[in-house]
Write a protein that binds this ligand. Structure first.
Ligand code: IPM
Ligand code: MN
Length: 355
């Protein structure tokens, strides 16, 4: 089995570099005990670079990144840059051009973590959202006419083709099978209103499920109802699959039920190419440089990266480290209230992970 990996590190903006540093610290620790070689190469893509050079991603960056085994990303977003520029020019561009067509977002409540859901515990909140990551309103198809006039008209169109839908669904079915828990895949849509787009999803879902995955139980929920059940009965869920926009929204809801942005991680996955792992929260500029931000989301992203690379043992070690620091040391997951600094959290996770 392969034991040496080249990892591109994109710390990005705000607190991104601080949390990524802790992720790298933990990765280095587990790599050593598991006899894995990790070669890290850092890139400075982000808001600071954009303000200095006017460039989001330089020419050739995508081709260069394709050569890595994985990408570890901190956060993209800068208070002095107009919303949309960095998101479109860096984060979404990477996802699209590297064809990372899956955004995998586990919603898992660890012991000793507070959830806003009344009477729910770790046994109730443990599911995974498979968010399609290349289509939907994110493609940018649309436009605006008569801008600034009372007749201004704007549109941004939800676009999906059968190919995109099928590859995402197959990934989700395979994931439900491999996960081997409830063996249930739920499609989250809006077939009562989006009668073209989610009709396409629903037909593909049942056709593929029936033919290729008879062992996986199929369920369907409208997205609005899903939000309700994620709060009231999260224990119903095993694997959810949905389009890009609904996936974006419901995973923020999911994140808060698992303890918030301090712990929520995700993987932008191209099963045939290079994947990118990131904490799903933003750059949190107000906490920058204070050593107070929670690095666990980045550390969990590092764990997902190891699992994705087939290094299950290293991934399990990281998870063990996270569980232990939560149980033994952390007072809260909120920035500044952890009872530990950012670097101390990283130190502790690294220590517990290699025990
Ligand atoms: C996310 C973020 C991004 C998205 C933004 C920053 C473009 O909210 O990763 O969920 O909408 O996908
Ligand atoms: Mn989001």
């Amino acid at each position: 089995m392969k034991k040496s990996y080249n990892i591109a590190v994109l710390p990005g903006d705000g607190t991104g570099p601080e949390v990524v540093a802790e992720g790298v610290k933990v990765l280095k620790a587990v790599a050593q005990v598991e006899d894995i070689t990790l070669n890290f190469t850092t890139y400075d893509f982000g808001g600071e670079r954009y303000l200095k050079t006017g460039e989001t991603l330089p020419d050739g960056a995508i081709e260069e990144l394709k050569k890595y085994d994985a990408i570890f990303l901190g956060a993209i977003g800068h208070p002095d840059v107009k919303p949309g520029i960095l998101e479109k020019g860096i984060l979404l561009k990477l996802r699209f051009e590297l064809d990372q067509y899956i955004n995998l977002r586990p919603v898992k409540l660890y012991p000793n973590v507070e959830t806003p859901l009344k009477d729910k515990g770790p046994q109730d909140i443990d599911y995974v959202v498979v968010r399609e990551n290349t289509g939907d309103v994110y493609t940018g198809i649309g436009g605006v006419t008569m801008k600034g006039t009372p007749h201004e008209e704007a549109m941004q169109i939800m676009v999906y083709n059968r190919f995109q839908v099928e590859r995402c669904l197959r990934y989700a079915f395979e994931y439900a099978r491999k996960r081997n828990k409830k063996k249930t895949l739920a499609l989250v849509g809006k077939t009562n209103v989006l009668t073209y787009v989610y009709d396409l999803w629903e037909r593909a879902f049942h056709e593929i499920g029936q033919k290729e995955y008879p062992d996986i139980k199929r369920e369907y929920y409208h997205v609005d109802a899903t939000c309700m059940w994620m709060v009231k009965n999260p224990e119903w869920f095993d694997v959810l699959v949905t389009g890009n926009m609904f996936g974006d929204i419901i995973t923020d809801l999911g994140a808060i039920t698992q303890g918030g942005m301090g712990i929520a991680a995700g993987g932008n996955i191209n099963p045939e190419g290079v994947s990118m792992f990131e904490p799903i929260g933003g750059s949190a500029p107000k906490y920058t440089g204070k050593n107070v931000i929670n690095p666990l989301a980045a550390i969990c992203a590092a764990q997902m990266m190891m699992a994705h690379l087939g290094q299950e043992k290293a991934a399990n070690r990281i998870e063990k480290g996270v569980v232990e620091v939560l149980q033994r040391d952390m007072k809260s997951l909120a920035a500044g209230k952890m009872g530990l600094t950012t670097t101390q959290v990283g130190d502790k996770v690294a220590e517990y992970a290699i025990k």
